[in-house]
Unconditional design. Structure first.
Length: 105
């Protein structure tokens, strides 16, 4: 089902976390538009959004984990930099009526 997540007000390379369907989801915007992923690195299951008050970041269209520097394609979830080798959960998104919507099963 499609869930209304956030207003479409993020700048490029900016993200926000929300709770949807009982899961913490990181929604961000990179050069290709909005994306949504589970806020959990596949390396050690730690948050992608922050580490000890320091935020994760989007750099060169990759989502970078603030804990150990693992990198992911935020649109597909594929691991693109060590130490992560497994993908993260990525969700389908759409922009409609001024909001980002996330598809969750």
């Amino acid at each position: 089902m499609w869930l209304k997540a956030i207003p479409t007000e993020l700048s490029e390379n900016e993200f926000r976390t929300v709770e949807l369907n009982g899961q913490r989801i990181l929604i961000g915007r990179a050069s290709k538009g909005y994306f949504a992923v589970l806020d959990q690195c596949s390396h050690q299951k730690l948050a992608l959004s922050e580490a000890d008050g320091l935020p994760g970041r989007i750099h060169r269209d990759l989502l970078e984990c603030p804990h150990h520097g693992a990198k992911f394609d935020p649109y597909t979830g594929q691991a693109r930099g060590l130490p992560a080798v497994r993908p993260i959960k990525a969700f389908q998104v759409k922009e409609e009526d001024g909001f980002v919507w996330v598809y969750m099963e």
